[in-house]
Write a protein that binds this ligand. Structure first.
Ligand code: NA7
Length: 531
């Protein structure tokens, strides 16, 4: 690199989840000296922290895995259609051992600050253990890693135990005989509620917004189906990468109102029986047209009314918003759990939780006494973990300040004013609106190639150009505005965290995005300044 000062590392990667591990592997392939710093006491990121009962991925196992090694994807055997958290963590551990990644990963190390020095073209990274320097800083901190526990009055006064689904105790929790509160009804709640209900003496669920959930129909994988995928794994990956969400369901050309009501019903039923997130691909326009979307929403509401015996409870569980606008959930026995005599539902949409008291949760003057509270209240998504680090770029400007009105990036991978800073699946990239593992792999390969290009051409710095960034931010918003996504209070918009600016963060369209990244690279990193 064209600079006199030799930093400790070519690159420091923050986070040892799926993104950080493949980033390290790619950097090493280019011969770079890299170090991964990880706050947890183990690797795995999301799959290290989210150990709540029922935690599993709702992207199918055959897709939710790395593709950078054909041998790896041939050798690894997934057991179920949707892998559990322990199985995914075992897989990640296997990858780390197989590619000898651990020797460059430092655990139990929280990165507090990262400051850029223009004169030295390097980052100084302060952790709770030491300070290191690196030419490049790669934030692989995950989109859903900064736990959100709302600031309920009296939150710390509760006398019993509290848990957040994303910070679950390693030894598990035994709720036998206990009165338990679950606050929240997103994916984590929907996976854990049926299992907590089986154990607890009584479970009270506090719901602010009802969620749409599609049955998982989880089952052991059929060896014949696995063989078919493995016979042409590359072809399977290529097909998935060509779909809008980078996952194995394609949006058909048929529109919801292109068929009559009985055919529509038949198609929805077929997708319901198939199960999973692919439900939204029943028709090509469900995510683009509100009227079409309502047909799918109403189909699911009818299912809820069919499953839940008490009509009042069924009505409360029936979402009013657009389906798919908030992240669609995938469940095993979620709605049916509300038929159990030991489960009750408290609607807090109009009368919010007033307080956490020493004995429980108070809503509309009524106290619900419990022994334990589970906060299934989600995450400060996409920006929370990045902004938890005091990142300062050119002229000492902080990223928090730059993003005060919402995140601004070029391709979700770089941000103007912060040279040599890369974001793995940052805001403005498909990230959470695609299959995360291929998304992090694509970023890791692109970033490592980019750093390789800089070395090859004798550049010490790369920085997003403000004009390219403005154009990209505009484009991300333009694409989102063609869909139903901006129409509800989702974490995609930052709406779940009080005070967070409302900006639609993920980029919709995996194939278009990948093509754009490739084009930018092919044109010598167009839209970035190299120096
Ligand atoms: P989510 O999907 O963000 O769900 C969080 C839930 O917590 C959701 O139902 C929220 O209601 C609820 N919540 C948040 N704050 C409050 C307050 N103050 N009062 C009552 N209820 C509240 O997080 P998950 O962990 O379930 O899932 C995250 C992602 O992981 C998921 O989307 C998948 O991609 C995997 P709200 O809807 O905001 O009204």
């Amino acid at each position: 690199m064209a600079t006199a000062v030799k930093p400790d590392f070519d690159a420091v990667v923050v986070g040892a989840g799926f993104g950080g591990l493949v980033m390290l592997h790619r950097l090493r392939q280019h011969g770079f000296r890299a170090r991964v710093l990880e706050a947890g006491s183990g690797i795995g990121g999301t799959w290290f922290w989210n150990r709540y009962p029922g935690a599993r991925c709702d992207i199918e196992s055959m897709e939710y895995s790395y593709q950078f090694s054909e041998e790896l994807q041939q050798d690894w055997e997934w057991s179920e259609r949707y892998a559990t958290q322990p199985e995914i963590l075992r897989y990640i551990e296997h990858v780390a051992d197989r590619f000898d990644l651990r020797r460059d990963i430092q655990l139990d190390t929280r990165v507090n600050a990262a400051h850029w020095s223009h004169a030295e073209s390097c980052w100084t990274i302060a952790t709770d253990r030491q300070t290191v320097t690196a030419r490049f800083l790669v934030m692989a901190t995950g989109c859903l890693s900064s736990a959100n526990i709302p600031d309920f009055p009296g939150r710390d006064s509760f006398a019993g135990k509290t848990y957040h689904t994303g910070r679950w105790p390693h030894g598990g929790v035994d709720f036998t005989g206990q009165r338990v509160a679950v606050i929240g009804t997103g994916s984590s709640a929907i996976q854990s509620i049926p299992l907590i209900a089986e154990q607890a003496a009584h479970l009270t669920v506090f719901q602010r917004t009802a969620s749409f959930s599609i049955p998982a129909h989880n089952a052991p994988l059929d060896p014949e189906a696995v063989r078919k995928v493995k016979d042409d794994y590359a072809g399977f990956r290529a097909y998935n990468a060509a779909q809008a969400f980078g996952a194995h369901f394609s949006l058909p050309p048929v529109l919801a109102y292109g068929v009559d009501a009985s055919e529509r019903e038949r198609v929805f039923e077929e997708h319901w029986q198939e199960g999973g997130l692919g439900f939204l691909s029943a028709f090509g326009d469900l995510l683009f047209d509100h009227k079409s979307n309502e047909t799918a929403a109403e189909f699911v509401r009818a299912k809820i009314r069919g499953i839940v015996r008490d009509p009042t409870v069924a009505a409360k569980l029936s979402p009013k918003q657009v389906i798919g606008c908030k992240r669609l959930c995938v469940d095993t026995n979620y709605y049916a759990t509300f038929n159990r005599p030991n489960v009750s539902l408290v609607d807090v949409s109009e009368t919010p939780i007033e307080a956490i008291t020493p004995r429980g949760v108070r809503v509309a003057g009524q106290e619900y006494a419990v022994d334990a509270i589970v906060f299934a209240t989600g995450f400060d998504a996409m920006t929370g973990a990045v902004l938890a680090v005091d990142i300062r770029g050119t002229g000492g400007r902080s990223l928090r300040e730059k993003w005060a009105a919402g995140p601004r990036t070029y391709l979700g991978v770089g941000t103007a004013g912060f040279p040599n800073l890369f974001l793995v699946t940052g805001p403005g990239s498909p990230s959470v609106l695609s299959n995360m593992v291929p998304a992090v792999e694509q970023h890791a390969a692109w970033i490592a190639d980019c750093i390789g290009h800089l070395r090859e051409h004798g550049f010490a710095r790369i920085e997003a150009d403000p004009a390219a960034e403005d154009a990209w931010v505009g484009h991300v918003n333009d694409v989102a505005s063609l869909t139903v996504y901006p129409s509800c209070n989702s974490w995609y918009l930052g709406a779940n965290v009080p005070g967070k600016p409302r900006v639609f963060m993920p980029y919709i369209g995996f194939p278009t995005y990948v093509a754009k990244c490739n084009e930018v690279a092919a044109k010598g990193y167009e839209g970035f300044a190299l120096s």
